[in-house]
Design a binder for this molecule. Structure first.
Ligand SMILES: O=C[C@H](O)COP(=O)(O)O
Length: 305
């Protein structure tokens, strides 16, 4: 697995010169043995910590509390933000979540509700979830979300161009979205469930990192399979390789179908073991979920009963 700088075909800084160089970089990494990868994932997640109250609170503080339903309203977003601020009013000391994640047209309502809380306002934008919209429209949506108060943008990768290996187009699209984000954090959604091979997941990870992604996110949550441990391992391996070769730490976000505290702890354990313990912070690790908080709070109540 290319998690050491010397495993890369050449320094990432030389990769984005042109289409041919991008291709040489992305296709110049050693093949991935799926059996070896599955064995590494199993080994890394064989010992998941028992969730005590403190660990559950840590995970709550890493949560992007998400609602991406066509039926969402300003009222439902205000309720969501209330939960974000105070996840369990009946319990003492429950921390706020890291961010709330909503559609672009509901960012203003979220920003108003979360004003002064320090909780991030994340928005899917840029043609979510398919990515099938012209780049100018994607950029306008990102700019709208940021101007409405989004501090984080979750934007999908152009999987059509990627699967056709038009890497320059994918790179330019992410780079343009990054510029449109301004000071907002950019999470690039790779939709790993649509990328057939482990090598494609690795290539998409590196391409997004090269183009400026601050955080790599597995999935939209709108298709199945969504998040998976093997995909998370590949993203974390790329982030580790990026850090080893550039000194920069970029973040990770599993999302889609993560419902239980035990699931969440598997992802956290995997990331700590792959990218490193320094990734155990909301700046570098988020979990995107709409239903996970309920189980976290239930387990927390069990701990405190
Ligand atoms: O982060 C965004 C995802 O849509 C969350 O997926 P989920 O609703 O399956 O938790």
């Amino acid at each position: 697995m290319p998690h050491a700088a010397e495993d890369l075909p050449f320094a990432p800084g030389d990769a984005a010169r042109d289409e041919a160089q991008l291709r040489r970089f992305l296709h110049g990494m050693p093949p991935i043995d799926d059996g070896d990868m599955q064995a590494e994932v199993a080994a890394l997640t064989s010992e998941v910590p028992v969730p005590d109250g403190e660990l559950i609170d840590t995970v709550i503080g890493m949560l992007d509390l998400t609602s991406l339903a066509a039926t969402d309203t300003e009222s439902s977003v205000r309720d969501l933000c209330g939960r974000a601020r105070q996840p369990d009013p009946r319990a003492h000391g429950v921390p706020p979540v890291a961010a709330v994640c909503v559609y672009p047209d509901l960012v203003a309502a979220a920003a108003t509700s979360l004003a002064g809380s320090g909780i991030g306002v994340a928005s899917v934008a840029g043609g979510f979830p398919s990515g099938r919209t012209p780049l100018p429209v994607k950029l306008a949506e990102v700019e709208h979300a940021v101007s409405a108060g989004a501090t984080e943008i979750d934007a999908v990768l152009d999987r059509g161009a990627f699967l056709e290996e038009r890497y320059g187009t994918v790179f330019d699209g992410v780079a343009e979205v990054k510029r449109a984000c301004g000071h907002a954090t950019l999470k690039v959604i790779l939709e790993t469930g649509e990328l057939v091979t482990a090598e494609q997941v690795r290539r998409a990870s590196w391409l997004a990192l090269l183009a400026g992604a601050d955080i790599l996110k597995t999935s939209t949550g709108k298709i199945s399979p969504a998040a998976s441990l093997p995909a998370m391992y590949l993203l974390a391996d790329a982030v580790r390789g990026w850090h080893e070769s550039t000194g920069e730490r970029r973040g990770l976000k599993p999302a889609g179908g993560i419902r239980t505290t035990d699931d969440a702890l598997r992802y956290l354990t995997l990331v700590r073991g792959t990218a490193g313990p320094r990734w155990s912070t909301p700046t570098l690790f988020r979990i995107g979920a709409s239903g996970l908080l309920d189980d976290l709070l239930a387990r927390r109540r069990e701990q405190n009963s």
